[in-house]
Design a protein. Structure first.
Length: 467
């Protein structure tokens, strides 16, 4: 994807359209916002951080869980008012994009008449003409719904894009959509079927980013380990392991990215345990540019829960996989997430989960309280737990992980690590992904956006202090 905004010739008297953009949710959503920003720049429009001067406000929404929906709705309402709670100025237009628009556009059009247009994932590259069309309309015109069901869009290396991340780190979306049937998840209904970019497209983007000074490429998709497998001649099922002999795969992509000249990290995010293979483990071990860091959401370890969640894995599969990863890539950092309070989760199921966390000692771990999502199989299950029970289990799991994390950070004191400096005095290690993981506090004299070798001298629950 192009990361620089092209120059657009405009007459001296032309009025530049100013656009405010609020981006919510995950890194995948952020890339969508960057694509819209790139197309706005290409059309000669300007992004503004000041909502009061914007001709158009865009809210790129998230709809993964209830809390994300509530945040998105709040942002839409905020975009419709200034700080004095008055309505936005009369001519300003309001566009709602992203997952919530893709999922609920039909309902929202009735419940949110203040929104001038809803756009889906297939309309990201059409944002400029949509804005021009809205500004040409009378204020009384009814809100429009541009959303198409089952989106098919996937960006390419030359898709206009204006990065919203710091200059030294970037997200590279290698695929879109998901084929997994997880009973708690609505993503396949919003994002469509899995569709991978080509290896050539991703490598071309990586070369351009590294040439611009990017020191960290974060590979993202809904299911990163399934990359390329949707194009195999023989259909790859939901449990198919990564296998480069059958066609494009994540292992082949990593080896091609390893060949890109430059000093940078390649970080794997959102990998699914069902697709891991010994070949993938070996590839990571043999590619020094691939960070010794794996993000692999497991969601649970109890077999009854894994079956109810339709995770297409088993407790034994997960336990064996973790042993193979740690043996094959010494020093690897494992990040995972679990769901507490899934419908039907018994005390025994939860205690099994706590025991697994204690035994496995994940370096990075997060826990979600189960969220009942309309349209999912889990929402229709019996045995939904009370909010109090979900909250109690969440607190127990997080308290356990805090103790483990403190023990791990304390053990790091005295060690030498390589960090990427994020801001004056703040850095991240190879074990820390942007936004979600810990920080390393370093001398402010270290250059921002560059790597540095430091020695850990102190630690707290999650963060390190280094010199």
């Amino acid at each position: 994807m192009s990361t620089t905004a092209p120059t657009v010739a405009r007459s001296a008297t032309a009025t530049i359209i100013k656009v405010g953009l609020v981006s919510l949710g995950c890194a995948k959503n952020l890339v969508d916002s960057e694509i819209m920003a790139g197309h706005l720049h290409k059309a000669g429009m300007a992004l503004t951080p000041n909502p009061d001067e914007a001709d158009v406000m865009i809210v790129n929404t998230c709809s993964f869980i209830d809390a994300a929906k509530e945040e998105s709705i709040g942002a839409i309402l905020d975009a419709n008012r200034d700080r004095g709670m008055r309505r936005r100025h009369r001519t300003q237009k309001l566009i709602v994009a992203g997952c919530m628009a893709q999922r609920f556009a039909g309902e929202l059009r009735t419940s949110m008449p203040e929104v001038d247009a809803f756009i889906g994932l297939d309309q990201l590259t059409q944002i400029a003409p949509i804005i021009e069309g809205l500004l040409a309309k009378e204020r009384e015109a009814l809100p429009e719904n541009f959303v198409t069901p089952q989106p098919k869009f996937i960006p390419d290396f030359d898709t206009p894009r204006f990065r919203l991340t710091p200059s030294h780190t970037a997200y590279v979306k290698i695929a879109e959509g998901c084929n997994h049937p997880c009973s708690f998840c609505i993503i396949p209904q919003m994002r469509g079927r899995h569709r991978s970019r080509t290896v050539g497209s991703i490598v071309a983007e990586a070369r351009a980013l590294v040439a611009e000074g990017v020191r960290e490429l974060n590979l993202i998709s809904q299911d990163t380990t399934y990359f390329g497998m949707d194009r195999w001649e023989e259909k790859a099922g939901p449990r198919a392991p990564v296998d480069s002999t059958r066609g494009d795969s994540l292992t082949y992509l990593l080896r091609e990215l390893q060949k890109v000249e430059g000093d940078f990290w390649i970080r794997l995010l959102y990998t699914h345990p069902a697709h891991w293979s010994d070949e993938l483990i070996r590839t990571i071990a043999e590619c020094p540019k691939v960070a010794r860091y794996i993000d692999m959401p497991l969601q649970h370890i109890s077999d009854p829960m894994l079956e109810a969640m339709r995770r297409e894995t088993s407790s034994q599969h997960i336990r064996d996989l973790i042993k193979r990863i740690r043996a094959g890539v010494p020093g690897i950092t494992l990040r995972t997430t679990f769901i507490a309070g899934f419908p039907g989760e018994t005390t025994e199921d939860f205690e099994t989960l706590l025991q697994f966390i204690e035994e496995t000692r994940f370096e990075r771990l997060g826990v979600f309280r189960y969220s009942k999502e309309e349209g999912t199989r889990a929402a229709k299950r019996e045995g939904h737990l009370t909010s109090r029970t979900k909250e109690s289990r969440w607190k127990k799991a997080m308290a356990l992980q805090r103790r483990i994390a403190l023990e791990q950070t304390a053990a790091a004191v005295g060690s030498k690590i390589r960090v990427l400096v994020e801001a004056p005095g703040v850095a991240r290690s190879e074990a820390d992904a942007p936004e979600v993981d810990a920080r390393v506090f370093v001398p402010k004299s270290l250059a921002v956006g560059e790597f540095a070798e430091v020695t850990v001298v102190a630690a707290n629950e999650y963060d390190l202090v280094a010199e």
